[in-house]
Write a protein that binds this ligand. Structure first.
Ligand SMILES: Nc1ncnc2c1ncn2[C@@H]1O[C@H](COP(=O)(O)OP(=O)(O)OP(=O)(O)O)[C@@H](O)[C@H]1O
Ligand SMILES: [Mg+2]
Length: 215
């Protein structure tokens, strides 16, 4: 089976603290793999490292079949691999919902019509087409999470990296996000400590503890 993301013996140090040391995992095509772990275990660090937004000091990251070490290796893959940040404030750039969601496709070099169409489709997918003209800063937390997700879906990715996709959402919005993610049929790596996310979304789960991944 195709491996979309392979992380082998990854070490990452942040502010002189070893956060990951020897973390190894593989995400296969068609999988929704949950990475569980306590607060500060390094789940966000793992996802940021998978996409090259944090440097790894040793080990190998192989993304969509390419070994990636430096920015130059990761950059061309960022449309195909969408990362949903733990805090949507880190993701959204606005000014309006539509402009925000169009930004990714435009950044990939799509023409204005294609980008607009993709953004409309993605907003429809998350059920927020009616908010297209709204300023991003006026949205609720749940709406921001959904718009951030639409921004990823608009780029028609192959794989999603989701950092706590349901954290601090009410049960209805959690349910909605889980349904959208399931309907997307995408492969995904999900950092979470929400049991609902593991039970309803994941096809497999691993734990991140002491900087390493265990089954
Ligand atoms: N910007 C940063 N600079 C330095 N250290 C950081 C930074 N962000 C996180 N850390 C440290 O890295 C470690 C792992 O943090 P990380 O955010 O990856 O954990 P997490 O598993 O995602 O936690 P949470 O469940 O709270 O989201 C923690 O010890 C944290 O203090
Ligand atoms: Mg985190």
């Amino acid at each position: 089976m195709t491996i979309l993301l392979r992380m082998q013996a990854i070490a990452v140090t942040r502010s002189a603290r070893a956060v990951l040391h020897g973390a190894t995992l593989a995400l296969h095509d068609g999988e929704r793999l949950a990475v569980q772990g306590g607060i500060g275990a390094g789940k966000s660090t793992l996802l940021l490292t998978a996409l090259g937004l944090l440097e790894h000091q040793s080990g190998t990251v192989e993304l969509l079949g390419q070994v990636c070490k430096v920015e130059h290796d990761f950059a061309p893959l960022r449309g195909k691999v969408g990362l949903l940040f733990q805090d949507p404030e880190d993701q959204l750039i606005g000014p309006t919902v539509l402009e925000d969601v169009e930004f990714g496709p435009l950044n990939l070099g799509w023409d204005a019509r294609q980008a607009h169409h993709a953004a409309d489709d993605a907003l429809d997918q998350v059920g927020l087409l009616h908010l297209s003209e709204r300023p991003v800063h006026e949205l609720s937390g749940g709406e921001k999470r959904l718009v951030a997700l639409a921004g990823l879906l608009a780029m028609q990715p192959t794989v999603l990296l989701l950092d706590e996709p349901t954290v601090s959402l009410d049960i209805e919005t959690t349910d909605r996000i889980l349904q959208i993610l399931l309907a997307s049929k995408l492969s995904m790596l999900i950092a979470t400590h929400d049991p609902l996310c593991v039970d309803r979304l994941a096809t497999r789960s691993v734990r991140l503890e002491h900087g390493m991944i265990t089954d």
